[in-house]
Design a protein around this ligand. Structure first.
Ligand code: HEC
Length: 169
C-alpha cells in the first residue's frame, strides 16, 4: 500500500525520538551525593536514597554495596517489562530475586548494622524476592497482563522498603 509505505519512516522517526526522550529523562543526572565514589565518565548515575540519621556513616558503605545493583537491575527491569522484552525482563527479575539478603539480627550481634534496621525491612526483603520471582514467571510465560501486574506489585515493595528504611518503621 502506497500510503502506509510513505508513512512508515515517519512513524519510525517518531518512535525513535520518543525512545530518545524516554532515555534522556531516565538518565537525568543525579545530584552528587556525599561519600559516593566517582563513577566512570558517561555512565548513568542512579539517584540514591538519603541516609537516615539512625545509620552510622561507617555502616553506610556496607549497605550501599549490597544495594548498588538495585539501580541497574531496576532500569533493566523497567525497560524489559515496559517494552515487553521478555528475556531481559526475566533476567533482571531473577537477579533481583536471587540477590543476597541481609539476615535478621542474631543474638549477640547487637553491634551489627542489621540490628538497626526495622523488622519490616526483613519482611519486605522476602516479599520483594517472591514478587520478583512472579515477574520472572510472567516474563517466562510471555503473559503481558501478569507481567504488568506483577511488576506493579514488585515496585510497591521497593517503595515500601525504602520507606521502612528511611522512617525506621
Ligand atoms: C529490603 C529492603 C529493600 C527493598 C525490598 C528494595 N530496596 Fe532499594 N534500597 C534499599 C536500601 C536500604 C537502599 C539504600 C542503600 C544506601 O544506603 O545507599 C536502597 C537503595 C536503592 C537504590 C539506590 C542505589 C544507589 O546506588 O544509591 C535504588 C535505585 C533502589 N534501591 C531500587 C530498588 C528497587 C527498584 C527495588 C525493587 C525491585 C528495591 N530497591 C527494593 C532497600 C531496599
Amino acid at each position: 500500500m502506497k500510503l502506509s509505505r510513505c508513512r512508515l519512516p515517519l512513524v519510525l522517526a517518531g518512535l525513535l525520538s520518543a525512545g530518545f526522550l524516554f532515555h534522556a529523562s531516565a538518565a537525568e543526572p543525579a545530584k552528587p551525593k556525599s561519600g559516593q565514589a566517582a563513577k566512570k565518565g558517561g555512565e548513568v548515575k542512579t539517584p540514591g536514597l538519603p541516609t537516615p540519621n539512625y545509620i552510622p556513616e561507617a555502616a553506610r558503605p556496607l549497605l550501599r554495596k549490597k544495594m548498588e545493583r538495585h539501580g541497574e537491575d531496576a532500569r533493566d527491569l523497567m525497560f524489559g517489562v515496559t517494552l515487553l522484552q521478555y528475556d531481559a525482563a526475566k533476567a533482571a527479575a531473577q537477579r533481583i530475586s536471587s540477590e543476597p539478603r541481609l539476615v535478621r539480627p542474631i543474638v549477640g550481634g547487637e553491634d551489627d548494622l542489621n540490628t538497626l534496621l526495622p523488622e519490616r525491612f526483613f519482611v519486605l526483603q522476602d516479599e520483594a524476592r517472591n514478587r520478583a520471582q512472579a515477574v520472572a514467571t510472567a516474563a517466562d510465560k510471555k503473559d503481558d497482563k501478569a507481567l504488568a501486574e506483577s511488576y506493579g506489585r514488585l515496585v510497591e515493595t521497593c517503595v515500601a522498603c525504602h520507606s521502612a528504611y528511611l522512617n525506621r518503621q
